[in-house]
Structure formats: structure tokens, C-alpha cells
Design a protein around this ligand. Structure first.
Ligand SMILES: Nc1ncnc2c1ncn2[C@@H]1O[C@H](COP(=O)(O)OP(=O)(O)OP(=O)(O)O)[C@@H](O)[C@H]1O
Ligand SMILES: Cc1cn([C@H]2C[C@H](O)[C@@H](COP(=O)(O)O)O2)c(=O)[nH]c1=O
Length: 195
């Protein structure tokens, strides 16, 4: 089973995934992430830091996804493991749907067409939702160009539209709840679906 965790910067994804290590220990999940599960992630981090043009940056994220699938996700799924990924393809649809706006026509349609021939669609996606103002408070200092309130508003809007389009795959998570409650809710839902 492939489970993905999505949401805007500062929504608590990494904290949640850290908690899932212990909460799901008996399922022995493979816990992974995008970007950065393979060496391609280093190129992605460099492109973010250097504010590369949006098409180059997007294609590096796609390359990172391809390497992640080939070297981590597909081998684990083939062995019957539960895989939990901190960010995955929906991050591209939500974020590059914004950064490619006005650069290429219909960015999300294009991104879906690029992914379709090789990606593996998640079985279950948790979308951590909270007001952008709260996410910004949590992030404290801005680190990356995506962490801008106006950008994050548009990214969250894209995420919510993705969730509305696939209600059977997406589960909305109230990211304002205490960390333990968020982790407990997500772990219970994964167990229920893994049965
Ligand atoms: N449920 C929560 N309630 C309050 N604070 C939280 C909660 N979850 C996480 N935080 C805090 O918010 C901050 C951001 O959390 P975290 O790094 O997990 O977010 P993220 O979604 O992974 O961010 P990014 O996408 O930028 O890596 C951290 O300081 C973390 O301790
Ligand atoms: C996978 C992916 C990520 N991003 C953005 C979102 C974040 O601002 C950065 C780094 O991710 P992290 O979770 O904070 O480590 O990259 C993106 O724009 N598109 C993607 O596909």
C-alpha cells in the first residue's frame, strides 16, 4: 500500500511522519520522502536555493520522482511493504501548478500527462490543512521561495481542488490539532485501510 502525506510548507508533515515511525512500528513501513530519497534530491535542493527557472526546477522534481519510484517505492511495493512518503506527485500538481502558471499553458494538465506513463498513483493521501497564517508562524524564518503567503494560498487552493476531484483517495487532516492527535488519527486510518 502506498500512502502519501501532503500539505503546504509548515503544515506539520515531517512531524507527522516522524511520529508514524513509532505509531506504525508493527507494520514495519518504508518511510520515505520527496525531494531527497535519492541523490537526485541534491540537484533539486540546489535548484530551489538558486531560484532556477521554473521549468528546470519542475523537471528536476520530476526526475527526483522517477528515481524515487525506481529505487525506493516500486521495490518496496513489490515486496508487499507499506510505503509512507512525505510529499509525492501531488506536490508537483499543487506547487508547480502555481510556479508554471503563465509559463506554460495548463500546467496541471501538462504535469499529469508527464507523470501518467511512469508514476504509481497512491492508494491513500493525507492532506494536512491549516490557515496559511498559522503555517507561516510555524515556519518562523522564510527559507525557500515557495514559503511566501501568496504562493502558499494558491498551493493550498490547488491541493483542495485535487482532494475534491478524488475524494476516495484523499483524507483531509486538521493540522491545527495537537501533534499526537494528528498522528493518532492518521495511524488509525492507515491501519483501517491496510487490513
Ligand atoms: N500539530 C502541530 N501543532 C503545532 N505545531 C506543530 C504541529 N505539527 C508540527 N508543528 C511544528 O510546526 C513546525 C513545522 O512542522 P514540520 O516541519 O513538520 O512541517 P512540514 O509540513 O514538514 O514543513 P516543510 O514542508 O516546510 O518541510 C515545526 O516547528 C513543528 O514542531
Ligand atoms: C516534492 C516537491 C516539493 N516542492 C517544494 C515544497 C517545499 O517548499 C520544497 C521542499 O520540500 P520540503 O518538504 O520542505 O523539504 O519543495 C515542490 O515545489 N514540488 C515538489 O514536487
Amino acid at each position: 500500500m502506498l500512502v502519501t502525506i501532503e500539505g503546504i510548507d509548515g503544515s506539520g508533515k515531517s512531524t507527522l511522519v516522524d511520529g508514524l515511525h513509532a505509531a506504525l512500528a508493527d507494520l514495519d513501513p518504508v518511510i520515505t520522502r520527496e525531494p531527497g530519497a535519492t541523490w537526485v534530491g541534491e540537484a533539486v535542493r540546489r535548484s530551489i536555493a538558486e531560484n532556477t527557472d521554473p521549468v528546470t526546477e519542475c523537471l528536476l522534481f520530476v526526475a527526483d520522482h522517477a528515481a524515487h519510484l525506481a529505487h525506493v517505492v516500486r521495490p518496496a511495493i513489490a515486496k508487499g511493504r507499506v510505503v509512507v512518503s512525505d510529499r509525492y506527485s501531488d506536490s508537483r500538481y499543487a506547487y508547480q501548478g502555481v510556479t508554471l502558471e503563465g509559463v506554460i499553458p495548463d500546467p496541471i494538465g501538462w504535469l499529469r500527462a508527464v507523470h501518467a506513463p511512469f508514476t504509481l498513483v497512491p492508494d491513500l493521501t493525507f492532506l494536512c490543512v491549516l490557515p496559511v497564517s498559522e503555517a507561516e508562524k510555524r515556519l518562523k524564518a522564510k527559507r525557500e521561495h515557495f514559503e511566501d503567503a501568496e504562493v502558499l494560498e494558491r498551493v493550498q487552493k490547488n491541493y483542495l481542488a485535487l482532494a475534491r476531484a478524488e475524494p476516495e483517495r484523499f483524507v483531509l487532516v486538521d493540522a491545527l490539532l495537537p501533534q499526537e492527535d494528528v498522528c493518532g488519527f492518521v495511524a488509525d486510518e492507515i491501519r483501517r485501510r491496510a487490513r
